[in-house]
Each structure stands twice: as structure tokens, then as C-alpha cells.
Ligand binder design. Structure first.
Ligand code: ZN
Length: 210
């Protein structure tokens, strides 16, 4: 699938693409693929990610399969704006759910200035609730790609991220040890989010928890 349909894209207009999905659904891989294609086409590319996300490497966007592209870690949207080079044509932003609502007007502004903006991020949090600003970005984007993982319980396409590690904060950066992909049927919202006793949620899942 080509993200930038040539017939739909005017030569000079900016454009917003959103790659949204759960953990392990290949968002970073797809972002990297698009950025590489743009670089091969000799477009000037800049990639950013929140400095909060330091799982693997502070200066690269790294997917779970270890493919990477050079990127600039930014603390917030203001830092991203400062780091943008004037001649950049393609702007990639990974883990955008950590950059907050100010990201939406910046993406719109960049598109208006003629840049191709590619944003990847989690569309739902660990409670299964929309994770702003990704839903807002999906609304203003020209194109949205939903990526899916494979449910570790039943093998169906998975759009939810089941937190299997302790912790109730919305931001819990982690990889395989903290989350697993689940489909809608197998996803169990955290007990606190649905008002059920924690013991009941634990009983419903017989598999061991660490
Ligand atoms: Zn399932």
C-alpha cells in the first residue's frame, strides 16, 4: 500500500498521514518505510520522537525489529518546532501520543506550509480509550492507516494493547514485558477503569502474571 497516492496528492500541497494502532502493530516499521522511500526520492527528511521514549536509542527511531532511522529526540512540541530545518520536505514523528495536543496545530501548520507530515502513534491507551492527540490528528489527516498486531490469546487481528505489568499511569513506556496485543474480545480493561474488583479481573485470566 502506498501512503501518498500520486493522483490524490497535488504536487505542492502539504499533507498529513497518520499511522495509528496498538503496541507491536508495526507503526514504527511503517513510518521508517515511508521515510526511507522519501529519502530515496531525494526529499529532505527529518524524523522526531519524544525524548520520553528512550527504550532503545536516544537518537534514532527504532522499531521492535531493530530497523532504525536517524531522528531527533524532542522534549515537547516547542522543541520539535525549534529543531525543524526550513528546507525539510518530509517530517516524521514517532510515538506522537506522548507529545500532547499542541502537536495538532503544528502538523496542520506544517501541511499548510507544503510539508508532508507523517505521524505514528498509539490510538488507544491501556484502558482502550482514545489516546489524544492521535484521534484529533486522524481527523485532520488526509490519510489514516490503522495497523494491527496479532492477538496473543486467539490469533485474531489485535487493535488493543493489554497492559500486563503493574502500574496505573497512562504513560508507561515499555516493550514486550509491559504490554501484549489483544483483539477486542480478548482485551480486558483494567479493573479500575471498569469499576470491577481487581480480583475478578485476575480470576478471568488464568495465565500467569509477572
Ligand atoms: Zn483475541
Amino acid at each position: 500500500m502506498s501512503p501518498a497516492h500520486p493522483r490524490l496528492r497535488s504536487l505542492h500541497a502539504g499533507w498529513i498521514e497518520v499511522i495509528a494502532g496498538g503496541m507491536f502493530s508495526g507503526k514504527s516499521e511503517e513510518l521508517i518505510r515511508r521515510l526511507r522511500r522519501a529519502a530515496i526520492a531525494r526529499q529532505s527528511v527529518q524524523a522526531f520522537k519524544p525524548s520520553l521514549d528512550d527504550r532503545y536509542d536516544a537518537a534514532a527511531i527504532v522499531s521492535h525489529d531493530e530497523r532504525r532511522v536517524a531522528s531527533t529526540p524532542v522534549a515537547d512540541v516547542a522543541a520539535l518546532r525549534r529543531a525543524l530545518a526550513p528546507d525539510t520536505q518530509v517530517v516524521g514523528i514517532d510515538e506522537a501520543q506522548f507529545l500532547g495536543p499542541e502537536l495538532v496545530p503544528l502538523c496542520v501548520e506544517l501541511a499548510r506550509r507544503g510539508k508532508r507530515v507523517i505521524v505514528a502513534g498509539l490510538d488507544m491507551d491501556y484502558c482502550g480509550e482514545p489516546f489524544e492527540p492521535i484521534p484529533q490528528l486522524m481527523a485532520v489527516a488526509e490519510e489514516v492507516t490503522k495497523t494491527h498486531a496479532v492477538c496473543l490469546v486467539c490469533g485474531a487481528p489485535a487493535s488493543h494493547s493489554q497492559r500486563i505489568a503493574a502500574g496505573s499511569g497512562r504513560v508507561l513506556v515499555g516493550a514486550a514485558e509491559a504490554y501484549e496485543p489483544r483483539c477486542r474480545d480478548c482485551f480486558e480493561p483494567p479493573a479500575a477503569a471498569v469499576g470491577a474488583p481487581a480480583a475478578a479481573a485476575a480470576d478471568a485470566d488464568p495465565r500467569p502474571r509477572s
